[in-house]
Design a protein. Structure first.
Length: 450
């Protein structure tokens, strides 16, 4: 009986195997499109911003790496030194210029987002004008499409220099995308598989979550002392073994495609002198370790890494002081710890520069009543000689635990042009100090509204 049952069982197994063997083989599942894979993704605001990272990108291309670029705007605002085109037409011109400049370096995967060129220095202005949620979704999409190991972008901080708010916004979005692109719950429609990729009317984009491994920042601050030692540094006067000219020369030749932005001050000698300086980066963070000043590709794993979640959005403990800088400074105080970038807070003390030729300066402050009862708070300023302020010293009524924003508008005398000045603001209640803020101001017109 046992032998009979064994034979029956064996026969059933043979029949099952034969039936299984006759099943057709499923086609392989499509892998991510290799044409768009990039080792390095540069995220900037305007055509010609990419030249800030180009010396390193040119070096990386020499080493067999690949790169891609995101322009968050088309640069549809600003001067045109070639023709009469402005606004949307200028954006169309600068898009072509940007593509030609990148092609001259050897970068062909270039994307332009829908942000409008928003001149100013307050990062919140650009984020609002661009639609920060929509723009972030677009950056995350391209990170997942290009699957970079390293992201290079503008420093998310308020510095004295050009300090364009679009530059800062590009750095903010790139940082947020670094943390979100590996999370399948972030913009989940992007990672949903399409029902049938060979037909129309699909939904689901078919991308895969991707965790970049390192992020580095560059800056357009008017002084570079705070950048030294905060990240890797690369010489630009070294000769490319493939192109037989210096990396600075390669970038100069590419930059000359941005003709609509090259004014009289961009003489060949001036630009080449600028490009002869070392390219310095600020280390942002890494999920694969490595040293602060080590090579940008140090410890990078080409096969990719799992998603590394940040601490996540949570309430930041309120300050004990009753007076703090508001506006973009307040934003960054909360932004940095949310993205594990606390070290950026110690890069430099709060500073600013004038944004108009009549040396006007906007200073946003936040008064806070940290007590459990109502307060009368006096706000005073200690300004350099010759400065004026509106409104002047005032007393503000604050309910228990209330915060109140205050905007001060200051004007510096022309006689102080080119100098650094120190501005101090103090808050008092009941005869005692409840907070103090110091801001360094560079009295120079930087060409961008402040």
């Amino acid at each position: 009986m046992k032998t009979f049952l064994s034979r029956c069982l064996f026969s059933l197994l043979v029949l099952s195997f034969c039936a299984w063997a006759q099943l057709p083989q499923a086609p392989p599942y499509p892998t991510p499109d290799p044409r768009y894979k990039a080792d390095i993704l540069v995220v900037v605001a305007h055509p010609d911003d990419d030249m800030a990272a180009a010396p390193y990108v040119a070096r990386a291309l020499d080493q067999g790496k690949s790169a891609a670029v995101i322009f968050c705007t088309r640069g549809n605002s600003g001067s045109n030194y070639v023709g009469n085109e402005q606004a949307a037409s200028l954006g169309a011109v600068r898009e072509i210029e940007g593509r030609r400049a990148e092609a001259a370096l050897g970068v062909y995967n270039v994307w332009f987002l829908n942000g409008s060129d928003t001149p100013g220095q307050d990062v919140l202005h650009s984020l609002q004008a661009w639609g920060d949620g929509s723009s972030l979704e677009q950056v995350v999409r391209i990170v997942r499409l290009t699957r970079p190991e390293v992201i290079l972008t503008w420093l998310p901080d308020y510095v004295a220099g050009e300090n364009h708010d679009d530059h800062q916004a590009a750095g903010v979005l790139a940082t947020e995308a670094f943390d979100l692109a590996g999370d399948g719950l972030a913009f989940p429609g992007q990672v949903e598989a399409p029902r049938d990729r060979l037909h129309i009317s699909n939904y689901g984009e078919g991308l895969q979550p991707w965790q970049p491994q390192k992020i580095y920042y560059f800056t357009d601050a008017s002084h570079e002392d705070f950048v030294k030692g905060k990240g890797p540094e690369y010489r630009t006067d070294e000769t490319s073994p493939h192109k037989h000219v210096s990396y600075g020369e390669l970038v100069y030749n590419a930059w000359m495609h941005d003709k609509s932005q090259i004014g009289p001050e961009f003489s060949e000698a001036t630009v080449k002198e600028y490009l002869a300086r070392p390219m310095r980066y600020i280390f942002g963070k890494s999920v694969v370790g490595g040293s602060t000043t080590g090579d940008i590709m140090e410890n990078v794993k080409p096969e990719g890494v799992p998603w590394v979640p940040v601490m996540g959005h949570h309430a930041v403990a309120g300050p004990e002081d009753g007076l703090q800088l508001g506006g973009p400074w307040a934003f960054y105080r909360d932004f940095w710890p949310q993205h594990n970038l606390e070290h950026l807070a110690s890069l430099l003390a709060p500073e600013t520069a004038m944004g108009t030729s009549d040396f006007q300066l906007w200073v946003p402050l936040i008064l806070r009543n940290t007590s459990g009862s109502a307060q009368q708070v006096s706000l005073r300023s200690a300004l350099p000689s010759g400065w004026t302020q509106k409104p002047g010293p005032m007393v503000y009524s604050l309910a228990a635990h209330q915060s109140r924003p205050v905007s001060l508008f200051l004007v510096a005398p022309q006689s102080q042009k080119g100098s650094w000045q120190t501005l101090t603001f103090t808050a008092e209640s009941g005869g005692r100090s409840v907070g103090s803020v110091t801001l360094k101001a560079n009295v120079v017109f930087n060409g961008v509204p402040q």
